[in-house]
Design a protein around this ligand. Structure first.
Ligand code: ARG
Length: 419
């Protein structure tokens, strides 16, 4: 074994991270241990090829980690509980995966005595932030290298650099897009997508059918939740990782989950992003709806206010931070009541809630009904409205329209002329 310092690289099997292995050896003197973390991005068998490719490209060691279950349970589950959508739209596909990948880079670094970890992100995106800030939180002693950000090579220049050194480049189908994928969804950027006016070509999508080809009959899906987490589909209990895959497949067949958005990156850039998240969109819709049935209204309101903040923390790489943990604790106290079933209709790109029920819900038919059996005492409403409106009444009389009318001037506060 050489005495070079060791480094654990988050290895995808793509061009950049394949070239990075030799680059890190030449420029920094590292022996690289390639670490491919499976968060549901790969076809079965693909990661075995990725493993071999890492060795072919000069890694001293290669490890493939199956982190699908861990990703689903430790990262996606809290995001479901908190209805996490960045800018109200993006289910945080890549943002959720970076902390789990980093966790494994750190673990492998500890096991192999490595002094550094490395990621293949550029300097223009959010992913560099997520890898590095996660590492700062959980392993502040490890150095983090970012070869792609540092070398500044174009794709062609990287290929030429690798060919000079006889690095066996991965023969990837060269996609016109930059893709990131896992069990929670798929992301695409670059190429023609950089023009926000251009409709995304159909070849961007892989997990959802084009509307012209979706079934002309709607399909129903019943999702059961236990303590805020989806646990069964159509009465069949499934582990979260399998449940997400099942809902993803069925909703995708109806063209659900395509998201086209202009996104505010942490580094200040607005970028055009295409997401494909049939399962995430369907499950979040169902979860949110069940909360409307099960959560007391003040709690629900405060939770909604925190959800945007929470999504932002995840997006901005702040998974391992005290505020994130505090909001987790808040969310956790709300979820034991989120029990029941949601009926979803999948049709022509929509996942629509068409029914919900719960043994722990707060819907009381005898209070809500306009029919016989109404238990709501409407006579109490009169006093309620009077007291509720008292501050408004006092204000209107002394400072607002009432005062203005007495003084014969226009209403100063609203600018409206006095009638
Ligand atoms: N813009 C998204 C995010 O920041 C997607 C990033 C995708 N990453 C990638 N390396 N292609 O979460």
């Amino acid at each position: 074994m050489s005495s070079n310092p060791r480094l654990v690289l988050a290895y995808s099997g793509g061009l950049d991270t394949s070239v990075a292995i030799q680059w890190l050896a030449e420029h920094k003197g590292y022996d690289t241990i390639a670490c491919a973390v499976d968060v549901g991005q790969a076809e079965p068998g693909e990661l075995d090829r990725v493993h071999q490719r890492a060795l072919d490209c000069g890694a001293v060691e290669a490890v493939v980690v199956d982190a699908k279950r861990e990703f689903a349970e430790d990262f996606v589950a809290p995001a479901i509980a908190a209805n996490s959508l960045y800018m109200g739209k993006y289910p945080l596909v890549s943002a959720l995966s970076r902390p789990v990948i980093t966790r494994h880079l750190v673990r492998v670094a500890r096991e192999t005595g490595a002094q550094a970890i490395a990621h293949g992100s550029t300097g223009k995106g959010n992913d560099q932030v997520r890898f590095e800030v996660t590492a700062m939180a959980i392993a502040p002693d490890l150095k983090v290298e970012a070869p792609i950000r540092e070398w500044g090579l174009s794709r062609d220049a990287a290929i030429a650099w690798a060919e000079e050194r006889h690095i066996p480049l991965p023969i990837t189908r060269s996609s016109p897009y930059s893709i990131d994928e896992n069990l929670w969804g798929r992301t695409a950027e670059c190429g023609v997508l950089e023009d926000p006016w251009i409709e995304p070509p159909e070849d961007v999508y892989q997990r959802s059918a084009p509307l012209a080809q979706t079934p002309d009959e709607p399909e129903e899906l019943t999702i059961a939740f236990h303590e805020g987490l989806p646990v069964a589909v159509d009465g069949r209990e499934l582990a979260l990782v399998d449940l997400i895959a099942e809902v993803d497949r069925r909703a995708g067949a109806h063209g659900v989950g395509r998201i086209d958005m202009l996104e505010d990156r942490l580094v200040g850039i607005k970028s055009r992003e295409i997401y494909e998240c049939p399962g995430a969109v369907t499950l979040l819709e169902a979860h949110r709806d069940l909360e409307d049935l099960c959560l007391e209204q003040e709690l629900a309101q405060e939770k909604r206010a925190l959800e945007g903040r929470y999504a932002q923390l995840i997006y901005n790489g702040l998974w391992y931070t005290p505020l994130k943990a505090a909001i987790d604790a808040f969310v956790a106290t709300s979820q034991p009541y989120v029990e029941g079933e949601v009926r979803m209709k999948l049709f022509k790109g929509h996942a629509t809630v068409v029914g919900r029920r719960s043994d722990r819900g707060l819907y009381v038919p005898d209070l809500a009904t306009y029919d016989e059996g109404d238990q709501f005492d409407q006579s109490q409403a009169e006093g309620f409205v009077k007291l509720w409106g008292l501050p408004t009444k006092v204000w209107a009389d002394l400072q607002g329209p009432g005062a203005a009318r007495r003084d014969g001037i226009s209403d100063a506060s609203s600018g409206a002329p006095v009638a």
